[in-house]
Design a protein around this ligand. Structure first.
Ligand code: HEC
Length: 246
């Protein structure tokens, strides 16, 4: 009997953890690492809207310039607001301790966020801020409930209101689930424009997470071509060596 009970409990465990983890379904981020214009727009949005709080400790401005198709001068003139030089890493303007006292948590460095959380999560996060007067900054997030981050892009997106459904489970416990959104107050961008801006930002963060990815693909093409050529040469050599044996 005891064994059966233990077995049943163990069987129920994954179900329990699933029930606790029901979140907003992830959207698919329509990103293209080869699209330089998108990467440049993403970088622009990042330095304007995110770098007040978040750093990219592993990224240097001049490396970014080269990778996304800008000159050092363009970056110095248009993308650096902190007094940094083009060879510096992308540090934020805010001291960690100030940030912690304002937001309760220090905004994390975002160098590796695309790799740790995934691009679809980031895209969903940027699209699912919604009005919630119970939160300190008036907004909540469906992908990251009770996030300490304000909706910093609200002037672009506007403010949306969540469509909430109450789900009741077999025991009568009620949970509120966000199922969609309604634009309550429009921003300066239309919804498709805002989705594109969010994708550009995610594209940029994905590049930052793995700056070598474009170069690796470029090298990869040459490696395949080389191997193809080597195959032909080796085949001809083999024919040459073996022609007297048969
Ligand atoms: C006013 C300060 C501030 C600005 C500006 C800001 N953030 Fe944040 N961000 C935060 C704070 C604080 C957290 C930590 C939230 C928490 O852990 O509750 C955070 C967390 C995050 C996270 C981590 C989410 C997770 O699941 O752990 C991501 C991703 C993020 N921000 C992206 C951005 C992007 C992209 C921008 C620019 C569009 C931006 N942030 C602008 C304060 C800010």
């Amino acid at each position: 009997m005891k064994k059966i009970l233990i077995t049943l409990t163990l069987l129920a465990l994954p179900g329990l953890s699933l029930a606790a983890g029901v979140g907003y379904p992830l959207l698919t981020a329509p990103i293209d690492p080869h699209n330089k214009a998108s990467l440049q727009r993403g970088a622009q949005l990042f330095v304007n809207y995110c770098m007040g709080c978040h750093s990219l400790e592993h990224q240097r401005y001049n490396r970014m310039a080269r990778d996304i198709g800008l000159t050092d001068e363009q970056v110095q003139d248009n993308l650096i607001f902190t007094g940094a030089r083009v060879g510096d890493t992308m540090k934020n303007a805010m001291a960690r301790d100030d940030a912690r006292s304002w937001f309760g948590v220090a905004p994390p460095d975002l160098s590796l966020i695309a790799r740790s959380k995934g691009v679809n999560y980031l895209y969903t996060f940027l699209l699912t801020f919604y009005e919630d007067p119970s939160r300190p900054f008036g907004a909540n997030n469906a992908a990251f409930p009770n996030a300490g981050m304000p909706h910093v892009l609200w002037d672009l997106q506007g403010m949306q209101r969540a469509i909430v459904e109450t789900h009741t489970d077999a025991e009568g416990n009620e949970t509120e689930v966000v199922t969609g959104f309604q634009l309550a107050q429009p921003g300066s961008m239309s919804p498709p424009e805002y989705r594109e801006a969010a994708a550009d930002l995610v594209n940029f963060l994905s590049y930052v997470g793995e700056p070598i990815q474009l170069e690796r693909q470029r090298i990869g093409v040459w490696v395949i071509l080389f191997l193809g050529l080597a195959l032909v040469v080796f085949y001809l050599l083999k024919k040459e060596y073996w022609k007297d044996v048969h």
